[in-house]
Design a protein around this ligand. Structure first.
Ligand SMILES: Cc1cc2nc3c(=O)[nH]c(=O)nc-3n(C[C@H](O)[C@H](O)[C@H](O)COP(=O)(O)OP(=O)(O)OC[C@H]3O[C@@H](n4cnc5c(N)ncnc54)[C@H](O)[C@@H]3O)c2cc1C
Length: 309
């Protein structure tokens, strides 16, 4: 069977699918092929098929951290559809990789399970949050992950402990040594608490987030990682860049480390603003900010892609 024949028979597969439709940020060119994958077994089949037919595979989550470039993504793009949140006794919950972290936080709060309150501040999927060691308000995935099931590029499922994930600030081995592995599910540590108290802490984090970050608008979260002992937002703000616009993108007036899609922004608009902020901070403070957002795909033909971070 040819690669195209194999791709065409995947359940629900779409051709030339605009990825802006599948990203919270609302930006991104087309995937050659796009499919939602329902469970670990199906993901194993997809990875085996990609290996056999030499099809490049990209996994996306909710698109709350990944900037998909305007030329789109070649090969097959998948989104893991398993969004189950299963409580396992009173000391762990198991999340499908497609489960949204805020929903997991609220489900746990409802059942008086403490430990995942920070998830209310991470508007992405569990799988991507393991990949990027997402965290908020003092807790990150590294603190709560017991283990996770990942599928290798050869299609084999294996369980990784938190130590084996090699977590650092917004990093895991899935970004380098285990590149190409797809997170299928994760077991997270929780503990029994008073439901009203867990809900109070969850609401408090949500309120702090709404007070300090742009809310209800399209963004990718923090564009740059915080440099040691400082905040990227403070540095970009000190360069006078709050509210700076390029095309349909804007450096958030509320928090200078967020870039908003305010008017049908292109990925090139966002990259240009990120470059302006990066270069201004380097010039003014000598700090070489490292990008936190992930860039996927390729630029539109003839567009210039500045490199920053
Ligand atoms: C308003 C706002 C606030 C935010 N606040 C925070 C915050 O406080 N802390 C924080 O850490 N982040 C924050 N973020 C960023 C974002 O929510 C997290 O990085 C989240 O973990 C990304 O999830 P996603 O599903 O949207 O991933 P995507 O953006 O879709 O993908 C991110 C990366 O993960 C990879 N990936 C996706 N799924 C899988 C999988 N199953 N297996 C392996 N790799 C996978 C993708 O290939 C990509 O490289 C914020 C974002 C927004 C918009």
């Amino acid at each position: 069977m040819s690669a195209s024949d194999w791709l065409a028979q995947l359940p629900g597969v779409l051709r030339d699918e605009p990825l802006a439709r599948h990203s919270q940020f609302g930006v991104g060119g087309p995937a050659d092929w796009f499919a939602k994958v329902r469970d670990t077994e199906a993901m194993q089949g997809v990875l085996r098929g990609c290996a056999e037919h030499s099809v490049p595979l990209t996994t996306i989550g909710a698109g709350s951290n990944a900037l998909i470039l305007d030329g789109g993504i070649r090969g097959l793009v998948v989104r893991f559809d398993d969004s189950r949140v299963r409580v396992r006794g009173d000391d762990s919950v198991e999340l499908g990789a497609g489960a949204m972290m805020p929903r997991a936080a609220l489900d746990c709060a409802r059942q008086g399970l403490a430990g995942l309150e920070f998830g209310i501040g991470v508007p992405g999927t569990c799988g991507a949050s393991v990949y990027g060691n997402a965290g908020a308000f003092g807790t990150e995935m590294a603190d709560v992950l017991i283990d996770g099931t990942v599928v290798s590029p050869a299609g084999d499922a294996q369980v990784l402990t938190a130590a084996e994930c090699g977590f650092h600030y917004r990093r895991s081995r899935l970004q380098d040594g285990l590149r190409g592995h797809v997170v299928a599910s994760a077991r997270l540590r929780v503990h029994a608490g008073d439901p009203a108290e867990v809900r109070r802490r969850t609401d408090e984090i949500q309120a702090q987030r709404k007070a300090s970050q742009p809310y209800g608008v399209r963004s990718l979260g923090s564009v740059f990682k915080n440099p040691p002992g400082d905040s990227a937002g403070r540095l970009v703000e000190a360069c006078g860049l709050k509210g700076r616009r390029h095309g349909g993108a804007e450096i958030a007036p509320k928090h200078a480390n967020f870039i908003l899609n305010v008017a049908h922004a292109t990925a090139a608009d966002v990259l240009e603003l990120a470059r302006v902020a990066h270069d201004a901070v380097l010039r003014q403070f000598g700090v070489d900010l490292e990008r936190e957002i992930v860039i996927l795909g390729e630029p539109a033909a003839r567009s210039r892609v500045p490199v920053s971070g």
